[in-house]
Design a protein around this ligand. Sequence first.
Ligand SMILES: Cc1cc2nc3c(=O)[nH]c(=O)nc-3n(C[C@H](O)[C@H](O)[C@H](O)COP(=O)(O)O)c2cc1C
Ligand code: SF4
Ligand code: FES
Length: 535
Amino acid sequence: MDLHELEAIAEREQAQRPRLRILCCAAAGCQASGALEIKRRLELVLSAAGKLAEVEVAPVGCMGLCGHGPLVRIEPEGTVFERVTPADAEEIVSALEQGPCNVLRCNLNHPFFTRQRPIVLRHCGRINPERIEDYIAVGGYRTLYTVIHELTPAEVIQIIARSGLRGRGGAGYPTGLKWATVAKSPGERKFVICNADEGDPGAFMDRSVLESDPHLVLEGMAIAAYAVGAEQGFIYVRGEYPLAIERLQKAIVQARRLGLLGAQIFESGFNFRVDIRVGAGAFVCGEETALIASIEGRRGQPRPRPPYPAEKGLWGMPTLINNVETFANVTAIIENGPEWFRQIGTEKSKGTKVFALTGKIRNTGLIEVPMGITLREIVYEIGDGTPDGTPVKAVQTGGPSGGCIPAELFDTPVDYESLAAVGSIMGSGGMVVMDEHTNMVDVARFYIEFCKDESCGKCIPCRVGTVQLFNLLTKLRNGQAQPRDLDTIEELCELMRETSLCGLGQSAPNPVLSTLQYFRHEYEQLIGVEVDHGS
Ligand SMILES: Cc1cc2nc3c(=O)[nH]c(=O)nc-3n(C[C@H](O)[C@H](O)[C@H](O)COP(=O)(O)O)c2cc1C
Ligand code: SF4
Ligand code: FES
């Protein structure tokens, strides 16, 4: 494969494509509500009308507004229909020519669409993730060609470093710095790992990206491998994501067949193969050292760092581990330049962030927003508030490692530092909206129970601490706690933070501490219940 062949595929694809297209979201969310049957019915109606040659019905990835699915988009017109049923197929087909129909249309002028800034999600809902030709037609794999033939590995690392990209897996570590460390670490072999374990309750960003645009992630990984000097990559993806795994498998086979992965990519000396490793659903296996142990065939338990995987990772070799979204940012940064990326976001948090917006919110779905946008804009403009108008109470970001931010602080900008300053974290992108009916002690108890169940048991503060915290919160919930139990909860949280071996135990107290900070009265009210009962 050379550049001319790549461009020929793109041109052929554009030339052969019918002018009219009906794009059906076939990501997991819409599939679960009948998207494949809708696609089949559309094809039947078109076939009966003898129009199958003029109109293409294509399965595409997530269009974002998952809670209003199944979604269908008409191209080139751009209309998007929501909550489509198979019975709507005839009206949608007739609307291709006659214009207005009664099927529900999304208001594309709504802030849900206009306030977003799609970079990672730019192809989602627009290309068929199961066809590499679709990806090539939107410019796919051209950046990899440029990188291999026009840039040195050091230049690629410099571009990523200058862009200010930080890891989207949670901690926000500077990506360029990590790539530079792997590149300069001595080792017989080097590896690149894509962390697609995504175990946070309520999070589905990485799954959606893999289901909707797997080649974007593969291309980002290949560029990273070229930059750090790796020839082998792994995607560690959780077993609960069968559609993402299936599409990744197809994407890898297709890329290999075209010489875009494997040996002598683009007829150069650069080789890079990618394999999938399927996780068995342990949250701790998202932690990088546990993930490495799991790929090596050992029990998925974290180990102390340093040494960091960048120096001693998979089989003791320098290993680059990045999150799905981190890799998905790479091609856009190289195509548009680091300065372009730097002007999006805030001083220390550049670019955009993908969030899975869920909970008590009207517009449930997948969003990509510029860093620095406020929580208020996300909740009230993009999300459109709660479904029944009940006031919003708080937003939980960062999953079990994050915190609950009360509505009074919704003017907080969404960036790594600001979220940490109010007791939460950016995390990998789970954002759960809670309304006034939510009991915050229950929320804290839910996340601690999750961490208790997911603790690998290797170190005592986490193994015992999560159980004790859960028991104390249960006691509180049952109206059996004493005032001193609140002090014990706080001491235990501090102890776990300071002495746990890995991020799971260190950050497990966050949901408890943030709810104690902002909703202490709800804890105290439960103690009051016991005192009243006693008297
Ligand atoms: C308990 C735990 C679970 C984690 N789960 C994930 C995960 O599912 N996906 C992810 O990318 N990072 C996860 N991380 C963070 C990884 O250890 C690592 O920092 C990240 O993959 C690095 O990629 P990045 O630099 O692109 O963010 C987890 C960390 C901890 C402590
Ligand atoms: S903090 Fe928890 S999950 Fe991490 S090593 Fe210790 S016991 Fe295992
Ligand atoms: S799954 Fe269809 S819009 Fe997200």
